[in-house]
Design a protein around this ligand. Structure first.
Ligand code: AMP
Ligand code: ZN
Length: 440
């Protein structure tokens, strides 16, 4: 790869050792800033932590990790290391798991974040000549504005389409020759049905060449399906509003894991029970410390997202460590008949079966005091209108493959294409109606 393929070669091409040195230097600055925040002064005092004595990165472990609960525990302004006048914007999480959390940004914070997302987009090949359609929700959600400003910074033509309104999305793509989209993967899958309904084939009838997919867990099978159906490359994009938003970790052209921008984040992978680091390469909870944010830095923030660090260097030449696809959140996991199950295990099976359509969901119910798991799966249009015998075969096959993967025998219900609720935001894959889940 030539230098020209890097947005910020100075940062992207640091060696592992240079990254560690830079992190330590930046961490000291961040800790110094934190002394201006009432929250951190107290947090440090309670932990007996002396920020000015930090000698090595490991010393940070003396601080207890924080999470959404820590953020929700009072006025978010107590985290600020700058006067409120310096704050120019706030964003908040999508709140799929309870009350939203707020992050304040200064102008410099917005700039640093924009640079990170631009770096991601440029890495995969977005250039000035591209037409970028941002199909993510604008507003408090960070997926909209985060990508918007980054694409503008690169100089692409930005279509701020926002989420939903599928027919108009397709119209915009065709009218303006959209080449790159940013989209929630479950929605991208759903949109294929709309293309079909309109008698269009995205491979033939659009100029799409690339998609950034993120904001929710999804499997390699889903990615491949999108790539084949749209005739594009789909890159996994990971972020969370507490870490500013998108731009935390992103796939390079080799699509072998997502590079975490370690000049801007310290990554730890911890055992969610003991909060000790897992052995290198093992799965655990991602915990991040911001190094790029001045207004509201977060130290050792628990994401509840599960992934592992991939071994060895990447073929692209970047030493920033790579993480695997996110397996799910620690709170996504559900237990049926004593077995731990992640929704992504179900998705992996479903999308590997020919005839399965664009949407599915998992219903958990209590029947005769026992857990029942029901999987509703849309099938392809051809199959739905075809023979009953084939539908039965498909159903049996899905039951069998699911049983092998999750060790529980679910009920499988085949559904008409388009009959399951398809939201514009993150997909709700599991509906838990069991008595204990309802709090009865
Ligand atoms: P929010 O703060 O509302 O943007 O939500 C962030 C959360 O969305 C993360 O903590 C993850 O659980 C999930 N998420 C974001 N991007 C991805 C991705 N590429 N793969 C899997 N989950 C993701
Ligand atoms: Zn790479």
């Amino acid at each position: 790869m030539s230098e020209g393929e890097f947005w910020n070669p100075g940062m992207e091409l640091l060696s592992g050792e240079e990254i560690r040195n830079l992190q330590l230097r930046k961490l000291r600055e961040v800790l110094e800033r934190c002394l201006h925040s009432p929250f951190y002064r107290q947090w440090f005092r309670d932990a007996g932590f002396e920020p000015r004595k930090l000698a090595a990165m490991e010393d940070l472990r003396a601080l207890p990790p924080m999470d959404k609960e820590t953020l929700r525990g009072g006025d978010p302004r107590r985290f600020l290391t700058v006067p409120m006048e310096e704050v120019v914007r706030l964003h908040s999480s999508s709140g799929t798991t309870g009350q939203a959390t707020v992050i304040f940004h200064t102008a410099r914070d917005i700039d640093a974040w924009t640079e990170l997302v631009a770096r991601c987009m440029y890495m995969t090949g977005v250039r000035r000549r591209d037409v970028f359609q941002n199909m993510m929700g604008y507003g408090l959600f960070t997926g909209g504005l985060g990508f918007h400003y980054a694409a503008e910074r690169i100089g692409a033509l930005v279509i701020p389409a926002g989420s939903g309104n599928s027919k108009r999305q397709i119209q915009l793509m065709r009218d303006f020759g959209t080449t790159v989209v940013h989209v929630i993967p479950s929605y991208a899958l759903y949109l294929l049905d709309v293309f079909r309904e309109l008698g269009l084939d995205p491979r033939r009838d659009t100029s799409l060449r690339m998609a950034f997919i993120g904001a929710e867990p999804h499997t390699e099978s889903l990615r491949r399906r999108l790539e084949e159906s749209y005739g594009i490359k789909a890159y996994n994009s990971y972020g969370l509003s507490e870490m500013s938003g998108p731009g935390v970790a992103f796939e390079c052209p080799f699509q072998e894991g997502m590079h975490v921008w370690e000049d801007s984040f310290i990554l730890e992978v911890l055992d969610p029970r003991t909060l000790e680091p897992v052995p290198e390469g093992e799965e655990g909870e991602l915990v991040f410390t911001t190094l790029h944010r001045e207004g509201m830095p977060l130290l050792r923030y628990r994401t509840h997202d599960l992934a592992r660090v991939l071994p060895g260097p990447c073929r692209c030449g970047r030493a920033h460590r790579r993480i695997s696809r996110i397996k799910g959140r620690t709170d996504d996991m559900f237990i049926v008949k004593g077995v731990n199950i992640f929704p992504m295990q179900v998705e992996r099976v479903l999308l590997g079966v020919l005839g399965v359509g664009s949407n599915y969901r998992i219903l958990l119910e209590t029947v005769d005091n026992r857990d029942e798991m029901r999987v509703q799966v849309e099938v392809s249009g051809d199959l739905w209108h075809g023979e009953v015998r084939e539908l039965n075969q498909l159903r049996r096959r899905i039951v069998q493959e699911l049983r092998q993967e999750i060790l529980v025998t679910p009920q499988v219900e085949l559904m008409e294409p388009g009959s399951l609720p398809a939201g514009e935001g993150k997909a709700v894959r599991v509906v838990d109606m069991r008595e204990h889940a309802r709090g009865d």
